[in-house]
Design a protein around this ligand. Structure first.
Ligand code: GLY
Ligand code: MN
Ligand code: MN
Length: 467
């Protein structure tokens, strides 16, 4: 039996109980991810579907979970096949799966379409993940059609299709001890990667070597894989100099020069869970005065966001705390002119900070780097207020932001990105800074699980000195 099979069985039982409460006599169909062709006969590296994995812990492709509201669990998986296993690796197979994964029964996936009508027949509702799997609804409809063809013999056809993600998103939003343990370890590995990249950048420049963004990307990957991470949780951003002002920049071939800042946004995935860290550091280990001034401002805004991340607060509170600090700071350092934009309150109300800070301060983190979970408080979805966006003039409907609870995990990632523009002091041109940590909500506040990598400017300089 898989070591954690009880954990997944418990999650399936929770899902079944929710299905029974919301729609008695219902059935859920949840496939893992599709394999994707990269070119000719090479596929992209397979990565399971997060919902499927959350309920099974099973990582093989071509697998489906079927679950009834009474808690009956069926797995469809790849049949044993010696020839395929010689080429692609061992398959668990339907004979071993029930015992190994604590399921009631398992069938070869080749029988799924034939069995689907029988599974759907006489059920009131069919649940599946909406808009996540190409052609899934079409495949379920083929099954439903086959049931409909039998209604004249007394069969009942499900009358409703419902999105199972709604239930699963709320379950996944609160992480259990097993998940938090993996996330802590993922965060520690990622922190080591960042430390290694910082130190290599300074050491290579000191040695007079050519440093490229891809060199630092390689250092991250080295550390991730050395410590058992399967792959990066998302495409690593390694941005030297002005490239840091491109929010979704990829590690490329640009040279990294002494005097540049380097922004690295990278985190490993470990056993299905993401980490997500950004650090910005001076390539040669010493901040210039202008870099340091903006760095300290971003860090102060992160401190304010961290203080606002506690149970009972709203998801939006850390963002608002960040913006309050940045708004005042942008006036203080001269990036915004108070004669033009007014007070810090005006900067906030008119979103004048948006020129330099154009993203939100965080997102849920879990199996997916931008993890699932509604950002609206479920008990208040009906409370809607309207306002006009001061920049676009667009009418925005606001709903109360989600209330934070212990066990939720989110990122706290303020930044400043200064593109050359009229009125922008030259000494700040092309500075891009983001500082990102991963926070677990605790009983009284939050725990930053990514702080094995230093964040204070002095500590970063000390780390990069003389290595
Ligand atoms: N690395 C993606 C993000 O920070 O949201
Ligand atoms: Mn992030
Ligand atoms: Mn990130």
């Amino acid at each position: 039996m898989n070591m954690n099979s009880d954990l997944y069985a418990k999650r399936r039982a929770q899902l079944a109980a929710q299905m029974a409460r919301l729609a008695p006599n219902s059935i859920a169909i949840i496939p893992t991810a599709l394999e994707r062709q990269r070119n000719r006969d090479s596929d992209f590296l397979f990565r399971h579907d997060s919902y499927f994995y959350y309920l099974t812990g099973f990582t093989e492709p071509h697998a489906w979970l079927v679950l009834t509201s009474e808690g009956q669990t069926t797995l469809f998986c790849q049949p044993k096949d010696l020839e395929r296993e010689i080429w692609d690796g061992v398959r668990l197979g339907p004979d071993a799966a029930p015992q190994q994964l604590a399921l009631h029964e398992a069938w070869p996936v080749t029988e799924l379409d034939a069995k689907l009508p029988g599974l759907l027949e006489n059920r009131a509702v069919v649940w599946y993940p909406f808009a996540t799997h190409k052609d899934l609804s079409a495949r379920i409809e083929v099954g439903l059609n086959a049931v409909r063809a039998r209604v004249r013999y007394g069969a009942l056809c499900p009358e409703q299709q419902r999105d199972v993600c709604g239930i699963l998103d709320d379950m996944r939003l609160l992480k259990d001890a097993h998940e938090l343990d993996i996330m802590r370890r993922a965060a520690q590995i990622s922190a080591r990667g960042h430390i290694r990249a910082m130190q290599r950048s300074a050491a290579m420049l000191r040695a007079g070597q050519d440093v490229r963004e891809y060199h630092l990307d390689a250092e991250l990957l080295h550390e991730f894989r050395q410590h058992g991470s399967q792959y990066p949780a998302y495409n690593s951003i390694v941005a030297g100099g002005a490239n840091a002002c491109v929010l979704h920049y990829r590690a490329d071939a640009a040279p990294i020069l002494a005097g540049d800042l380097v922004l690295i946004d990278a985190g490993c995935e470990l056993d299905g869970y993401a980490s997500d860290i950004t650090r910005t550091f001076p390539a040669n280990g010493k901040f210039s005065a202008a870099q340091r001034q903006l760095y300290d401002l971003v860090l102060a805004s992160q401190d304010a966001a961290v203080a606002a991340t506690r149970p009972g607060a709203r998801f939006v509170d850390p963002h608002e705390a960040t913006v309050a600090v940045l708004a005042q700071g942008l006036l203080d350092v001269g990036l915004l002119d108070k004669n033009k934009v007014g007070s810090a309150q005006d900067v906030i109300a008119n979103r004048s900070y948006f020129q330099f800070y154009m993203h939100r301060t965080g997102h849920w983190l879990g199996m997916d780097v931008h993890d699932c979970g509604s950002y609206v408080e479920p008990s208040q979805v009906g409370t809607v207020s309207e306002r006009r966006d001061p920049l676009s003039g667009e009418l925005i409907k606001d709903r109360p932001s989600r209330i934070l609870h212990p066990g939720m995990v989110l990122t706290i990632e303020p930044g400043l990105y200064v593109r050359p523009a009229p009125g922008v002091p030259e000494r700040f041109h092309n500075i891009g800074i983001r500082i990102e940590d991963d926070a677990v909500l605790t009983a009284n506040g939050c725990e930053l699980i990514t702080r094995d990598v230093p964040v204070k400017a002095d500590e970063i300089e000390a780390l990069m000195r003389g290595v």
